[in-house]
Design a protein around this ligand. Structure first.
Ligand code: ZN
Length: 151
């Protein structure tokens, strides 16, 4: 009898775990940034339409005012240099532009991170395509940019 109950419990438990896993379907990605203005990746692939959780970890030690990092995901075909130029002026908004044209390019963005900080952002890339990502801290986008390929 005890054995039957144990088996039943095991079956119930595994279906509970399965339900939990199914509910949290999606992909979690971790990207790091550092004091030499680098992300640890220049490109990666995700599935279009899938929920993505992206965690940005700033491994740097320099203060946020000198070497802050964020990660901004833009729509395919966005003018990345134009966006980064507008971002420089958005000091009070942690370098996320607030004008309509630039705001419309943003899919998602993390907070601006100081040394040792991290932030997670959840988003979905609706269509297949190449989605640029940048750090919008002044002067960083030339080195700190890459592409997310949604397949
Ligand atoms: Zn940066």
């Amino acid at each position: 009898m005890t054995r039957i109950i144990t088996t039943l419990l095991a079956v119930l438990l595994s279906s509970a775990i399965f339900a939990f896993a199914a509910h949290h379907e999606g992909t979690t990605l971790e990207i790091t940034s550092n004091d030499t203005m680098q992300f640890n990746t220049k490109s990666f692939e995700v599935k279009a339409g899938e929920e993505i959780t992206l965690v940005l970890k700033n491994l740097g030690k320099l203060p946020k005012a000198a070497m802050g990092h964020n990660l901004v995901i833009l729509k395919p075909g966005s003018n990345v240099a134009g966006f980064a130029t507008a971002a420089v002026r958005a000091v009070v908004n942690e370098y996320i532009p607030t004008d309509d044209a630039n705001k419309a390019m943003i899919i998602a963005h993390t907070k601006l991170l100081g040394p040792g900080e991290e932030d997670a952002v959840t988003f979905t890339l609706p269509d297949t395509g190449a989605y640029p990502f940048v750090c919008s801290f002044p002067g960083h986008f030339a080195l700190m940019q890459g592409i997310i390929y949604a397949k």
